[in-house]
Design a protein around this ligand. Structure first.
Ligand code: AMP
Length: 316
């Protein structure tokens, strides 16, 4: 069944050591769909202004992304401008203009309300909550957020955390959200607020998953080239959830396998500006890179530091 996704559909101005792009298609929902659509069908809920080059997203439509939940409103699209440091390790947001996002009320088309898997991409937590209110009994709700919302909308974010199954954040956001510097402690505190599973993205250091009584480190993959890190986190979520949908389950084994697909999707995202790399990327290329990542990953660790193999359990 298709994943129901919500997020920004943006126009980005991005400057990196490799160059600069203007009016580039981006946004959390777009990067998510670019990755997830290689693995499964996706439904998208979002908003664009009348300046949005929707034709540039036709490659997603051809891959089975259903734009039936995208509203087009008079006014400018959500705009974001960011600049990366010489070593790509830090990024400054130069400008964020919400545009039509200010008046956006996420509508879920009638036939989509019973979607089983929901991805609440990075956007105002009030909108994430509104979308959840308009769905019926999903099996898995995964959400993403960022420093901006942790600062500006903490109360709504707390309400959201109580209603989701998996939260995906980066290491800085995990520290900011929890108040704990140590990532394992940060994970414990955030999990106590609601999500049973926390995924912490750590850039080149990979991603760490924390569940009830277990954790898992998923390595990163050195991309063929680095041009623009924008959207890597949303692409991670797309690869992660796409794989979970394909698996039809979300237990520990499936989550760890899905993390490798997330890491693979993120590593492809950074190889070019905007969603350019996804235009030609195939599902086979994604799967091959995910397999290489999974092979390099250590087995999950249980509480107390033992792996399942050390306990005598079966490894899959
Ligand atoms: P990431 O690099 O994974 O953080 O995602 C970058 C994308 O997020 C860009 O394409 C932006 O348009 C979008 N974005 C930037 N700021 C926000 C925000 N406050 N809320 C939602 N999306 C945002």
């Amino acid at each position: 069944m298709p994943i129901l996704s919500l997020g920004t559909i943006a126009l980005d101005r991005i400057s990196t050591p490799a160059g600069r792009v203007e009016q580039a298609v981006g946004g959390s929902a777009v990067f998510f769909c670019a990755a997830a659509s290689l693995l499964c069908e996706v439904r998208i809920v979002g908003v664009v202004g009348n300046d949005y080059p929707l034709l540039e997203l036709d490659f997603l439509r051809r891959r089975g992304v259903d734009f039936g939940g995208v509203a087009q409103l008079p006014g400018p699209s959500f705009f974001w401008s960011g600049e990366y440091s010489e070593d790509y390790r830090s990024r400054a947001t130069l400008e964020t203009r919400p545009g039509v996002l200010t008046d956006f009320d996420p509508r879920v088309p009638e036939g989509w309300r019973d979607s089983r898997m929901i991805f609440l991409g990075n956007i105002d937590p009030k909108l994430q909550l509104a979308l959840l209110d308009r769905t019926e009994g999903p099996a898995l709700v995964v959400a993403d957020t960022m420093n901006y919302w942790i600062e500006e909308a903490r109360e709504a974010l707390m309400q959201l955390l109580a209603r989701i199954d998996v939260l995906i954040v980066n290491d800085e956001e995990a520290v900011q959200l929890s108040g704990a510097d140590d990532l394992a402690e940060a994970a414990a505190r955030i999990r106590s607020l609601g999500p049973g599973v926390l995924v912490i993205k750590r850039g080149e250091a990979g991603a760490s998953l924390y569940g009830e009584g277990w954790s898992h480190s998923c390595p990163s993959f050195a991309p063929d080239r680095l041009r623009d890190p924008t959207g890597a986190g949303d692409a991670f979520a797309g690869g992660f959830m796409g794989r979970l949908e394909r698996d039809g389950r979300h237990d520990r084994v499936a989550l760890c396998r899905a993390a490798a697909f997330g890491a693979a999707a993120g590593s492809f995202a950074v190889e070019d500006f905007s969603v350019e790399r996804f235009r030609s990327l195939t599902a086979d290329e994604l799967a091959a890179r995910a397999q290489a990542i999974a092979l390099a990953a250590p087995p999950p660790v249980e509480a107390g530091g033992r792996t399942a193999a050390q306990r005598g359990g079966r490894q899959r």
